[in-house]
Design a protein around this ligand. Structure first.
Ligand SMILES: Nc1nc2c(ncn2[C@@H]2O[C@H](COP(=O)(O)OP(=O)(O)OP(=O)(O)O)[C@@H](O)[C@H]2O)c(=O)[nH]1
Length: 183
């Protein structure tokens, strides 16, 4: 019997929000200090979620607008988008609604979404400069994402949790689609 296709998970969001670092932290347990726009290769790995083993394939994308045509080539068959904004860059938070939701929904209506507020290590308590956790949660329900997590690749906070949530969201979405097929 052939093994099932890996779940395709694509990481998107503005440039400089920490997408490559998040993947490197998860896969290689590394945190690259210098900003090097997207060099992470696609990577397939195994993960155990709720006592079941799953194969996942991870795709990095380039956030800059000039790469839009290239980026969208990898959207077909995506099971889950990890949608990133950086908590210290308010524009990247606004762009979730301005740019990213319209772009990913144009290519995929059914994919699950995990919303991630990156660089949580940078937050200074009570400073309005930073996107708050409450604002993140509000955005999550506004865009109908499956879950919301704040994380930091730098201090390895909530990194594997992102992918656990992604697999759970994919399984939930698969169940919903199977059910609706029957009616
Ligand atoms: N403090 C802090 N800095 C981070 C974190 N993650 C990434 N960075 C820094 O943010 C910058 C951008 O990180 P990248 O991972 O290259 O960002 P990207 O979203 O992949 O950027 P593009 O490839 O342009 O789309 C780098 O200087 C990283 O060192 C984090 O969790 N905390």
């Amino acid at each position: 019997m052939s093994s099932p296709e890996p779940y395709k998970i694509v990481v998107v969001g503005d440039g400089n929000t920490g997408k490559t670092c998040l993947l490197m932290s998860y896969i290689k347990n590394e945190f690259p200090i210098d900003y090097v726009p997207t060099i992470f290769d696609n990577f397939t790995t195994q993960t155990v979620v709720d006592n079941n083993e799953h194969k996942i394939s991870l795709w990095d994308t380039a956030g800059q607008e000039v790469y839009e045509n290239l980026r969208t080539l990898c959207y077909p068959n995506t099971k889950c988008f990890i949608l990133c904004y950086a908590i210290n860059i308010r524009q990247s938070y606004a762009n979730i609604i301005n740019i990213w939701i319209p772009e990913i929904r144009h290519y995929s209506n059914n994919a699950a979404i995990v919303l991630v507020g990156t660089k949580s290590d940078l937050r200074v308590k009570n400073s309005s400069k930073f996107v708050t956790t409450a604002e993140g949660k509000r955005l999550c329900s506004k865009v109908n994402a499956d879950s919301f997590i704040e994380s930091s690749a730098k201090i390895k906070h909530n990194i594997s949790e992102i992918f656990v949530e992604a697999v759970r969201a994919i399984k939930k979405q698969d169940r919903t689609l199977h059910c609706s097929d029957k009616y």
